[in-house]
Write a protein that binds this ligand. Structure first.
Ligand code: ATP
Ligand code: MG
Length: 388
């Protein structure tokens, strides 16, 4: 059953949402018509913002029953050169906190009525992440603070979105990096947040320290160089009071790892994805004042990250293989597998699930994510099609 815009507007309670989020009513009804606000029928009914509207972030979810709102997670700008960007962005005489940027996937966890749900960046409830969140996070936090949302990164090998094994995590872990008010999105100051999380035994991302803004670039360069070849992603630099927006900065090795991954599935990624990552290398090389040998090494790493995976993909296709990404999930309940399969279908991900394998009291399920666009493009060129 499809609902038309008028029925959706009635379901959403446009007046209430307009008041709470400070968006004019006509913009909400317009967004419903254009499907910038989309109705999602799942375990809990919700409306999700596909894009930002006024000053409200994309990925915002509005729940119907019980009524509730969880604001989307804001975009974090990136600095390509630490100096002088940090002094310009933050108060030059103040201090910043530098936390580790973990490479997993973003999740917001909140109590809606009496259900603890995990939301993806896009504002969908992910059934797999929801099972994990219920398992990993002390529920008492939400019972004591039902008005708050916990924002964090899900990290580890049993990740259907960003599987990483180099952190030494066995399955999947949650690391919090933000506590915000659900409806306003207002963040809690860094140290207060870390102390509160500790009280509830909830893991936080690593804190490297507090640094004077005018010297932070030296400390951060040191931290990134210390990462060496560990593939750790980078840092997020934060205003201690969380009034100014945070800024991210990442290492070259993790940048190249992203490129290696993306060029394997080159036609499934937007071209912006590649361009920005090449620019980062150029600016970092200049900021680090590299000599010829260091620069040559960087060029080689960058080039190999781009060409080798792509050549591998073409050869694979030539040998008749299908281009796909292997991921896996580990669950307690087989219902979660079914719900997760439905969820991937809902968000348009093409995936093939293998039979669940019982391991202890859990099930391991291997999933092949099919990168259709890369398959089609490679095949067509191999069979003689012109590039454009
Ligand atoms: P964005 O729109 O925020 O730039 P993106 O998909 O390009 O998103 P990233 O480049 O991974 O994402 O950088 C931002 C993301 O980093 C956040 O959305 C969050 O999931 C993740 N993250 C990891 N560690 C932290 C941290 N310590 N503080 C804040 N965010 C962190
Ligand atoms: Mg990320």
């Amino acid at each position: 059953m499809r609902l038309d815009a008028a029925e959706l507007a009635k379901k959403l309670d446009v007046e209430k949402v307009s008041g709470l989020l400070d968006i004019p009513e006509h913009r909400i009804t317009g967004a419903l018509k254009r499907k910038t606000i989309q109705y999602v029928r799942a375990k809990l009914e919700l409306f999700r913002f596909d894009k930002p509207i006024s000053s409200v972030e994309g990925g915002t979810s509005v729940f119907i029953k019980p009524f509730d709102i969880v604001r989307g997670f804001p975009k974090i700008s990136r600095t390509l050169m630490l100096y002088p960007a940090l002094s310009k962005h933050f108060s030059p005489l103040g201090k910043v906190a530098v936390e580790e940027k973990l490479n997993g996937y973003n999740v917001r966890v909140a109590l809606i009525g009496d259900e603890l749900v995990a939301l993806t960046r896009g504002g969908f409830i992910c059934p797999y992440t929801t099972e994990k969140a219920n398992d990993l996070i002390n529920r008492q936090f939400f019972l004591d603070h039902p008005e708050l949302v916990l924002c964090g990164e899900m990290v580890g090998p049993d990740s259907p979105y960003v599987p990483k094994s180099f952190y030494g995590i066995e399955s999947l872990e949650f690391f919090a990096f933000d506590i915000r008010e659900k409806i306003s999105g207002k963040p809690m100051p860094v140290m207060k947040r870390r102390a509160l999380l500790e009280e509830y035994g909830i893991k936080s991302v690593r804190l490297f320290g507090e640094f004077d803004v005018d010297k932070a670039h030296i400390a951060i360069t040191g931290i990134i160089k210390e990462f060496g070849d560990t593939l750790r992603e980078g840092v997020v630099i934060k205003d201690l009071q969380m009034i100014l927006p945070s800024v991210k900065y990442t290492s070259s090795l993790s940048n190249c790892a992203d490129l290696r991954y993306a060029f394997e599935f080159y036609n499934d990624f937007g071209r912006d994805f590649f361009f920005g990552r090449v620019c980062r290398e150029a600016f970092q090389s200049v900021e680090w004042d590299e000599d010829e040998a260091q620069m040559k090494k960087r060029c080689q790493q960058l080039g190999e990250s781009i060409l080798l995976p792509m050549v591998r993909t073409i050869k694979k296709k030539k040998a008749g293989e299908r281009i796909a990404e292997n991921v896996q999930i580990r669950v307690k309940s087989l219902d979660t597998v079914k719900e997760f399969e439905e969820y991937l279908r809902l968000v348009g991900v093409d995936a093939v699930f293998e039979e669940p394998q019982k391991i202890g009291d859990e099930y391991l399920v291997r999933i092949k994510r099919i990168n259709q666009s890369t398959n089609d493009k490679t095949e067509s060129i191999l069979s003689g099609q012109l590039w454009s």
